[in-house]
Ligand binder design. Structure first.
Ligand code: HPA
Length: 271
């Protein structure tokens, strides 16, 4: 299995740098590499060198792993993620989180870029993901069987870890982070949404829409990893008169919001 090879490859690299196996993971999407927390004794890995790692080919996605120690705990930060819209299958999209579980990671913080459906949100603010609506048209657990051959009839009614979410919202109030709790809608992309799709998503309870993160969150939950997730609002849709955003706007806003996201991630590591 590629997972086993990838795990051994990473564990031995970490050992050479004097790092133990990681216990916490951070996944950073589009243009968010600048949110990497300050770690000690770091070791950087080019994802292309990891056996079985899918090729990430989207501008703004570095495709690097940065591992290091934070207060005695080893943290693995994934900069860049493989996407479903690249034509990869769900197995490839969720390969990194499977490796994280195989390495013994117990908690993961995921971040991505998203467009706002909620009119109260502003460009550059953060949305703590409280729940999601999966409109990707696929589920990464499709075909998955447990040891007894049962399909993954998994309870996802409380996928996103509530205590850590509450604590981050509290810290956010004290520190003035522009952060709200909300519901993330996931679509496959690569197109942005039509006006009618956007109004539909808002009507059914969505606060923001994105093309990533939900597959990894589902697999992490299946594998027993606690998930905390934040979307960076890179563009705000006007539902009455929608006009297209661009990948450039998404990347530029993500990069501007990275320093606040970095504070949020550091605060999560401190919980
Ligand atoms: N729609 C879908 N995905 C996105 C958006 C959006 O408006 N912004 C960033 N990722």
């Amino acid at each position: 299995m590629m997972e086993g090879e990838a795990r051994s490859y990473l564990i031995s690299l970490l050992r050479e740098t004097g790092l133990a196996a990681p216990r916490m993971g951070v996944v950073l999407g589009s243009g968010l590499g600048g949110a990497t927390p300050q770690l000690e004794g770091t070791c950087e890995v080019d994802c292309r060198e990891v056996p079985g790692w899918p090729a990430c080919s989207v501008p703004g996605h570095a495709g690097k792993l940065c591992c290091g120690s934070y207060g005695g705990t080893v943290v693995m930060v994934q900069q860049g993620r493989p996407h479903y819209y690249e034509g990869l299958d769900m197995g490839a999209v969720t390969f990194p989180v499977v490796i994280m579980a195989a390495m013994g990671i117990e908690k993961v913080f995921m971040a991505n870029a998203a467009g706002a459906l909620n009119p109260v949100y502003e460009r550059g603010c953060l949305m703590l993901v409280r729940d999601h609506i999966n409109l990707m048209g696929s589920n990464p657990l499709r075909g998955m069987r447990d040891g007894e051959g049962n399909p993954a009839f998994l309870d996802v009614s409380s996928l996103y870890d509530e205590p850590s979410g509450d604590a981050l919202m509290e810290n956010g109030k004290a520190r003035g982070w522009p952060m709200e709790g909300g519901v993330l809608v996931a679509v496959s992309g690569p197109t942005y949404e039509t006006g009618t799709e956007l109004r539909y998503m808002r009507l059914v309870g969505g606060d923001a829409v994105s093309m990533s993160m939900v597959p990894e969150a589902l697999v992490a939950h299946y594998l027993g990893i606690s998930v905390t997730a934040v979307s960076v609002i890179t563009n705000v849709w006007d539902l009455r008169r929608p006009h297209a955003t661009s990948h450039r706007e998404v990347l530029d806003t993500a990069a501007e919001a990275a320093p606040i996201l970095r504070d949020v991630i550091t605060s999560w590591l401190d919980l």
